[in-house]
Design a protein around this ligand. Structure first.
Ligand code: NAD
Length: 300
């Protein structure tokens, strides 16, 4: 079996694949044109979120490639249905990065509430402000979780353990057993939360779920966190809401365009960000790697 790795995965996973007797080619900077020229030489392709496999590449891969493994959760960079129609199995590792993403979302909540990035930037300029930046305790906040799947629930569990009251909205989840989450309608969640955290996929249905109207319903003192997918928030509307201080701040790990070319959000003091780091914890990557090896082994 020959497998092409297009995006970096844990070294242990690469070794694990080789240990199975698989011929592994690592080409983690491969771009679309080069990939089109080589993809049909492989039985399997492993990607993360960087590499996009759309219909045109699937047409070339069909008949040779038997599986595409998305090391991670989101399948929005693969034409999944088309691949399946063409006989290519699409596999992901949905559980492996749940905790890492949830912890990053909570990290952003702490950073927003206690102004950690702004305080760091100020001290690095040699400042020591006379009037200290006042913040809020996460445990005293109401946190609204949109999307009550794996990561949303884990985030709810983490903030719940600090004492936060948790509201949850998910049109496909009517109750969450064994967890202290009050199921709410979207409007109630937006108007009552001190922090709104997004944990849903980007689909036609969820595109711009958070736009001008929804941001307008949030408290002026509220924060927005998105560690799910760009495109769920209308970034122009977010820019206006932050600039006009309609909400107090926002943290994004994911963007409509990655890397973003429109940098106006970055210029705002009440905006903080990370470059799609949700799953980038060593423990998450190791778990993803272990899952990848197991899934490839099952194809031998
Ligand atoms: P999941 O499938 O377990 O949960 C998603 C939830 O969203 C489901 O319960 C679904 O019912 C809900 N949902 C669907 N449409 C909705 C809507 N209109 N409103 C509210 N909820 C809706 O997925 P997950 O593993 O929890 O992942 C959540 C998100 O995090 C995905 O977008 C995934 O791509 C993203 N993610 C980001 C990173 C990162 O690096 N930042 C890493 C992994 C996953």
């Amino acid at each position: 079996m020959r497998v092409l790795i297009c995006d970096a995965i844990a070294k242990e996973a690469v070794d694990g694949l080789k240990g199975l007797g698989i011929e592994v080619v690592e080409n983690t900077s491969v771009e679309k044109e080069e990939l089109a020229g080589i993809i049909a030489d492989f039985d399997g392709v492993i990607i993360r979120s960087r590499t996009k496999i759309r219909e045109d590449l699937i047409d070339i891969a069909a008949g040779s490639v038997k599986f595409i493994i998305r090391a991670g959760v989101g399948l929005d960079n693969i034409a999944v249905e088309y691949a399946r129609e063409k006989g290519i199995e699409v596999i992901n590792t949905p559980e492996a990065s749940t905790n890492g993403v949830a912890e990053l979302a909570v990290g952003h909540m702490f950073a927003l509430l206690r102004h950690i990035p702004q305080a760091t930037a100020s001290m690095k300029k040699g400042e020591w402000p006379k009037k200290k930046l006042k913040g809020n305790e996460l445990g005293s906040c109401t946190v609204g979780i949109i999307g009550l799947g794996r990561i949303g629930r884990r985030t709810a569990e983490l903030v719940g353990s600090l004492g936060s009251k948790v509201l949850g909205y998910d049109p496909y989840v009517k109750e969450v057993q064994g967890m202290n989450i009050k199921i709410a309608e979207l409007d109630e969640l937006l108007t009552c939360s001190d922090i709104v955290s997004l944990h849903l996929p980007h689909t036609d249905e969820t595109h711009y779920l958070i736009g001008e109207e929804e941001l307008g319903k949030m408290k002026n003192s509220a924060y927005l966190v998105n560690c799910a997918r760009g495109g769920v928030i209308d970034e122009d509307a977010l820019y206006k809401a932050l600039k006009n201080e309609d909400i107090r701040g926002a943290a994004l790990d994911v963007f409509e365009e990655e890397p973003p070319t429109d940098l106006k959000l970055m210029k705002l003091d009440n905006f903080i960000c990370t470059p799609h780091l949700g799953a980038q914890a060593v423990e998450s990557s190791n778990r993803v790697g272990e899952e990848v090896v197991k899934k490839v082994a099952s194809k031998l």
